[in-house]
Design a protein around this ligand. Sequence first.
Ligand SMILES: *[C@@H]1O[C@H](CO)[C@@H](O)[C@H](O)[C@H]1NC(C)=O
Length: 310
Amino acid sequence: MQLFLLLFFLLDQVIMVTAVPGCQDGRDRDHRRSTNCKEAGLSDVPAGLDPQIRVLLFPNNLISSLSWSSFTVFTDLYEIDLTGNKVPEVTPSGSPLLPTLSVLRLGSNRLTSLSDHAFSACPALTELYLDNNTIVSLTDQTFSGLDRLQILDLSSNQIKVLPQLMLHPLTSIEILYMENNKIKLMPDGWFNKKEEVPYLFLSANPWDCTCSNLYLQTYMVDFDLNVYIRDGETIMSGALEVVCSSPPWHVGKPVMNLEESDLCSPHLSTVRPNTESPTTQPRPAGTSESLPSILTSTPTDEIQEEEEHT
Ligand SMILES: *[C@@H]1O[C@H](CO)[C@@H](O)[C@H](O)[C@H]1NC(C)=O
């Protein structure tokens, strides 16, 4: 009996290392069966993997498309790691093809945008990593159906505009990484569906400190203790790192240190040169050129939309 067990054990070990070339079978931290095909030159999900495997790790390969159906043989799938591949897009699926998938890693791929319902194939996601792509645009519906999602990483992309309703489906969100993007404005009431997000990363964005960003300023004042920065695995309080990039007179100031009047009142030093300039000639009525631009243009959504299209 003991000999049989020993033999069984040895056989098991042999199977563990010889499953699929370039892949190493094992267990993840929570003892789920996993296979790791790191840097194996794969351009597709390899054939011959055991359908019982729950954690599929394919970091740093050459996989150039994400086909949900190539994972449906894995009946109890927990995690897919495609970090550092060449996936250019995520296509919505008509049905939840991967109903058990909890963790999806797509960092360092080639994603440039994410369409409506992009993750409808995997509605049970709790962690979604999309960092270090070149994502420019998202929609109100990109994350629809992900009501169990707790961690969303959108850091180090090229996101310019936050869709007004993008967070609404994410009723369980706990950690939202958005640092290192091109975001200027936080839409009014952006966090209204779930105001308190315990870990929020907002730094390294070109925040605009004008009246149109009043929601960001009040949010920062109310929830500054939830705002962090990170360095690798280490996180530190980071509310003071959420700083203004415009207008020029607020550059570098922490958003939370400004008051409503700082954002919404006309800036005096731009007014002064105009009022002080000698007005020997009366200005023709009806011309607005001589008014400081801050008084004539309250930044409107129209202006921002124009910027988006350029
Ligand atoms: C970001 O992705 C590129 C490839 O797209 C990779 O070379 C680089 O190492 C990644 N950076 C980080 C910090 O992961």
